[in-house]
Design a protein around this ligand. Sequence first.
Ligand code: DGJ
Length: 739
Amino acid sequence: MINRMNSIKISKAGRLFILLILLQLTSSNLYAQNLLIPIETIHNALVLQVENNKDLNIVYFGKKLASSTEYNKIAAMYKQTGDYTGQLNSAYTPAGSRNLVEPAVAVTHADGNNSLDLRYLSHTNNKLNENVSLLSIRLKDPVYNFEVTLFYKSYFKEDVIEQWTEIKHTEKGSVVLQKFASANLHLKAGSFYLNQYHGDWAKEMQPEESKLSHGIKTLDSKLGTRANLFQPSVFMISMDKPATEDEGSVLYGAMEWSGNFKIDLELDYQDNLRIIAGMNNYASPYTLKPNEIFSTPAFLYTFSTSGKGDASRKLQSWARNYKLLDGKGTRLTLLNNWEATYFDFNEQKLAELLKDTKKLGVDFFLLDDGWFGNKYPRNDDHAGLGDWQENKKKLPNGISSLVKEAQNVGTKFGIWIEPEMVNPKSELYEKHPDWVIKQPKRDEYYFRNQLVLDLSNPKVQDFVYGIVDGLFTKNPTLAYIKWDCNAVIYNAYSSHLKNQSHFYIEYVKGLYKVLEKIRAKYPKVPMMLCSGGGGRVDYAALQYFTEFWPSDNTDPLERVFMQWEYSYFYPAISSSNHVTDWGKQPIKFRTDVAMMGKLGFDIVVSKLGENDLKFCQEAIKTYDAVKPIIWQGDQYRLSDPKENSVASIAYINEAKSAGIIFNYLVNYRYGAKSTQPIRLKGLDPNKKYTIKEINLYPGTNSSLDGAKGYSGDFLMKIGFNPDVNSGRSSVILKIEESK
Ligand code: DGJ
């Protein structure tokens, strides 16, 4: 056979052909070591690979390897069923060509064709500073002049990645984007557990954990505004087994977007998890002109192999360092009048409340809803929204006189607004019906008797900006804004927009434009992000706000649970917690719970008994002394209220030399108490500490011996018993290094 082969005469053309084959073999051999693009943070790696055909796929997501040369050995270790498309692990799955699963992007080209393919063109990696890098990867359709750039902004120390996309084309006409995800991830594990949240007014952040089965589980919102009311975009995915506080592999994800979102979690037929997250494409096909750039919001994720607690500390620290407005700054304590007066107040009453603010010892007074509207006075929630002029009956001398009065008594003044909204009973509605979101031919339908203004309209944007700017221009010493948003969008329709499919997206972009303009002029004035409670908490909005309002439910027992869940994603400094009359707990319990964040009060100070008032006054001083640890320290969840009779949460400073530990009885059955010591975390095993009870109610003594010393080793291995019981239902401890 060999001889015969040898004897075969090869023609010139044949030789050329063989040469070409050989060349191809060598070049594909080169490509066998496909180009890898690892995105590495201090502990983790997301590794992308450019395939021979220039597909961009994800070959690894998880704990990073010691040697990056070994990432290309990973794929061979998996003997899963075949991939019929070669792109199940696509870094950004295009629809309509080979794809058989949920796409990240789907388009209708200018010529009406629905197919898309995306191949790697080039990438650049920029180190923005010591800790932050920005990788951008250009992908292009080989057939159409259609491009996508993927962006990965990685925060090394915090193990956080923000991912978003830019889409553009130069086709001969507009392209319709049918789907436009921010990110597309691909995870490999034996099984996946989803921790998601659901809720409603006063019931925000209810956790639910389940094992993901094959098919698609979708987390989404179609509410337009107040988008998180029933379901926020934050979630966790545990890999192999449900992660606990300190063990297990877990990914946290969140959309940085304050409107409709959609997160598809697809367990595919190979048993891998595909995560596709972005703005919701519901009712929103987007027409993109040639050369226009469509940018998606960022999808944010972090990953830990040391449990939920570690992941949350990374996220909290990232938020304080990079996202939350003034995350490393300070915050003001306050007295709010909402629950003390509701709509029923006047200048005299407010003057008294200003004095109470001073007496209590908080930093400022916050005037809530009900101060505006004349033709249609805002005396309940049926009228007046939109008419932001002081009500002459209630406030004959206007806001300015109250701001001055505040100064006179030695406090500051803040104010509530809900600038995106309008009551049909308002002058604004009468003057500008075209500014209101409603279907021209259908009946209006109300949420809290109100409608939403059309923020896609630049005139409305100017109006909303003008409300804030007007308040500050007239009252330069105004200390604070509470920005409320109580309605969802029904009958989505803008009389300004030509293309109604752009409405939901343009609304949110309009909102951000206004907030951007406000922050350009008033960079640091504290503003609370409120949405009838926690209906709109996300990291896109929190770039403009210093804090958020988790819920109108301020029952402290409920809040222990709710704040626990919020804290997985948001740092204590961003959580506005107010002491109110909700719930049955004593004032100490209520105040202690509110201290685990940004403390405020919404009570009638004049009705407090002598000792209650004394307690609150002292508590504010105590809080002022320890708040840097709560706001900037590392949070450790020590005892879960869902599993134990006692909830325990600690905040430990960076030097591990001081901390505050909050403990609450959450089970009121007979004999429920802290039977066992609670193991501390985050201490230095070699340091010695003392633990002292603080924030005691007047006339009570602590049952704990604050002079005894313990090693960090002891406290983390054995623990400490805060002695919580029905007589001591709330106990705050201060732990300090003893030298
Ligand atoms: C809903 C908010 O969550 C409350 O705190 C209060 O500001 C009311 N709106 C006022 O209408």
